[in-house]
Design a binder for this molecule. Structure first.
Ligand SMILES: NC(=O)C1=CN([C@@H]2O[C@H](COP(=O)(O)OP(=O)(O)OC[C@H]3O[C@@H](n4cnc5c(N)ncnc54)[C@H](O)[C@@H]3O)[C@@H](O)[C@H]2O)C=CC1
Ligand SMILES: O=C(O)[C@@H]1CCC=N1
Length: 274
């Protein structure tokens, strides 16, 4: 492991997930900094993780890697405050959905490398999917350092930045779609008369097992689904209903909407704030 220090700028939900992952992977707390807007949040993180909450400007001067984890809508204001004060030699890694690396480069001194990352909350159980793209001034060394930060909490993949909005729609938001489906299936179990805890236990183990088969068998999902679907059986009846209700089309539309929203955020944020 390198001797770099990392600051999470804007340690909210995702920032905390990343911080906890770094600690689990053996990153010393002494080399982790976090910034927050509210002092109570800073105290909570210090107590929970033993890391040092600092002001943004302190983080910028003391840490080698600046992980920007504020909402995209807050990024311009954040960079107005300290962007031009980022000293040479730092690496800026954006976790913000939608924002292109050029958004950061325009608000940083020339020569500061920017890397764009889209990770997801399964980082909490070391099963994240993290997509990494180089932006201005980012070299192989910067990409490798970014991978070093995210690899302990799951898989990493390099993608061209032009694919990041689609990645955001798929794997960034993906856990939310999945939880919605599970929630709906638990509700269905209750409708069929099962006690809630029974429906939940049945579904949770079913999705864990199905996800492991998908990953470990390497089979296409169609093949795995076919193996469950017996002739004139129960699954075929259910799938007819799902197709009738347009579940597949709903996913196509939903992910397109997520991709479009990422692009819209970028357009809105590109407008001057002052
Ligand atoms: N939640 C998720 O699953 C994922 C989120 N993201 C991205 O991560 C970023 C954060 O998302 P969440 O954690 O869900 O939001 P969040 O609202 O929980 O976290 C953002 C945090 O930044 C803090 N903040 C805002 N301005 C600040 C400032 N000037 N100085 C210090 N702290 C400041 C806020 O107080 C808040 O705690 C977003 O850009 C989002 O697009 C990316 C992938 C997945
Ligand atoms: O909902 C969002 O905007 C963020 C980006 C991907 C997941 N959550």
């Amino acid at each position: 492991m390198t001797e770099h220090s990392v600051a999470v700028i804007g340690a909210g939900k995702l920032g905390e997930v990343v911080l906890s992952g770094l600690l689990r992977s053996g990153w010393p707390a002494a080399r982790l900094l976090a910034t927050t807007r509210r002092p109570e949040r800073a105290a909570e993180l210090a107590e929970r993780y033993g890391i040092r909450p600092v002001l943004n400007l302190t983080a910028v001067t003391q840490a080698d890697v600046l992980l920007i984890a504020v909402k995209p809508q807050d990024a311009a204001k954040l960079l107005d405050d300290f962007g031009m004060k980022v000293p040479p030699g730092k690496l800026v890694v954006s976790l913000c959905a939608g924002l292109p690396t050029s958004f950061f480069a325009e608000r940083l001194p020339g020569g500061i490398p920017v890397v764009r990352v889209m990770t997801n909350t399964p980082a909490l159980v070391d099963e994240a999917m993290t997509a990494i793209s180089p932006g201005p001034y980012a070299t192989e060394e910067h990409l490798a350092l970014t991978e070093e930060i995210f690899r302990p909490v799951g898989r990493t993949m390099r993608v061209p930045e032009s694919q990041q909005d689609a990645v955001t729609a798929l794997s960034g938001s993906g856990p939310a779609y999945f939880y919605l489906l599970v929630e709906a299936m638990i509700d269905a179990g209750i409708l069929l008369g099962l006690p809630r805890h029974v429906a939940q236990d049945l579904m949770v183990q079913t999705v864990v097992g199905s996800a492991m088969m998908l990953r470990d068998s390497g089979e296409h999902p169609v093949k795995l689904r076919e193996a469950v679907t017996s002739p004139a059986g129960t699954t075929a009846s259910a799938i007819r209903e799902l197709e009738k209700h347009g579940v597949r089309a709903a996913f196509l539309d939903a992910l397109e909407a997520a991709r479009n929203r990422a692009a819209e955020i970028a357009t809105q944020m590109a407008a001057p704030t002052r």
